[in-house]
Design a protein around this ligand. Structure first.
Ligand SMILES: C[S@@+](CC[C@H](N)C(=O)[O-])C[C@H]1O[C@@H](n2cnc3c(N)ncnc32)[C@H](O)[C@@H]1O
Length: 286
């Protein structure tokens, strides 16, 4: 066990969750960048290194969350989606996908998936949804899509014969290359009905000079793999699908709204700033 534990309650059973706080975890480093409190000294040290490599990292994290909010509103309000499968969901940070989706359509159903014990420990926050809708949480490894698809909770909550929005935001660059992230996405999308959508954000190799290379080596030194990809490589995740406008762009350029998110004196929607991340939403036509 690491030096900190949280408790997970499942039915009547309360079990300790080992948080392995001796090394940084993606979910907790991201929480630091978002200004959250669910993190430990190893995560804060890594977040400092991340900011040293990519000074815009905090803005980028906020731009990514803001993209998720706009994309979810688009999916619920414009595309008529009522079912969401959010893989690599992260530590709950309000508003979560179900809050946005159920704000548009209260009967929306959302299944969250992550493999980090701290997300599991805090997953209770993901279950408090609108009474007309439903939310559920699955602890599973995205590198094993068959395991995700076999989860009873998935089928109890979502009807895969009807459209689903599958989101994998800031997740695919964490999957080991030998797990073939492209095959993972193909396997999951292959199970979805026509009219389903795929939402991806992914660390960019070609938008941030060599900042992403620095991040890759920092995380490698701490025992985690991270692989940034170019726009063309990210586009391959959407093969066979139809991208909605404006295609694959940095998250703060995807249908920006005139909402100013301030960090210091910065604004995540300005044209001068480019988040070193690729973001896109696509539809499965058939
Ligand atoms: C940077 S956070 C992104 C959170 C959220 N999707 C967002 O974009 O705001 C990445 C999340 O992916 C999760 N993750 C990384 N590898 C995973 C895997 N193999 N299976 C499931 N989740 C994974 C991490 O635990 C973390 O919560």
């Amino acid at each position: 066990m690491g030096d900190a534990q949280e408790w997970m309650t499942q039915g009547d059973v309360r079990e300790p969750v080992d948080l392995k706080t001796d090394r940084p975890h993606a979910a907790r480093v991201y929480d630091v960048l978002l200004g959250g409190k669910t993190n430990y000294p190893s995560d804060r040290a890594m977040a400092e290194q991340v900011v040293a490599n990519v000074p815009s990292a905090r803005l980028t994290a906020l731009a990514n969350r803001s993209f998720i909010h706009r994309a979810t509103r688009y999916l619920a309000a414009d595309a008529g989606i009522r079912q969401f499968l959010d893989i690599g969901t992260g530590i709950p940070t309000s508003p979560n996908v179900h809050e946005i989706a159920q704000g548009v359509a209260p009967d929306s159903r959302v299944v969250y998936v992550d493999n980090d014990p701290i997300v599991l420990a805090h997953s209770r926050a993901l279950h408090i949804g609108h009474p007309e809708g439903r939310t559920a949480y699955i602890e599973a490894d995205a590198a094993d899509p068959d395991g995700v698809l076999a989860a009873g909770v998935l089928h109890d909550t979502l009807d895969l014969s009807r459209p689903v929005a599958l989101s994998m935001c800031l997740l695919l660059h964490w999957l080991p290359v030998d797990a073939d992230p492209y095959a993972v996405v193909r396997r999951l999308v292959g199970e979805l009905a026509p009219g389903s959508c795929l939402v991806i954000t992914h660390l960019a190799r070609d938008l941030d000079q060599d900042g992403s290379g620095g991040l890759e080596s920092d995380f490698k030194a701490s025992g985690s793999q991270l692989k940034a990809r170019t726009k063309d490589q990210v586009a391959r995740f959407f093969d066979g699908l139809t991208l909605v406008e404006p295609g694959i762009v940095p998250p703060n350029r995807w249908r920006p709204e005139p909402v100013v998110v301030e960090v210091g004196s910065a604004d995540t929607n300005t044209d001068e700033y480019t988040a070193p991340v690729w973001a896109g939403v696509a539809v499965k036509d058939s």
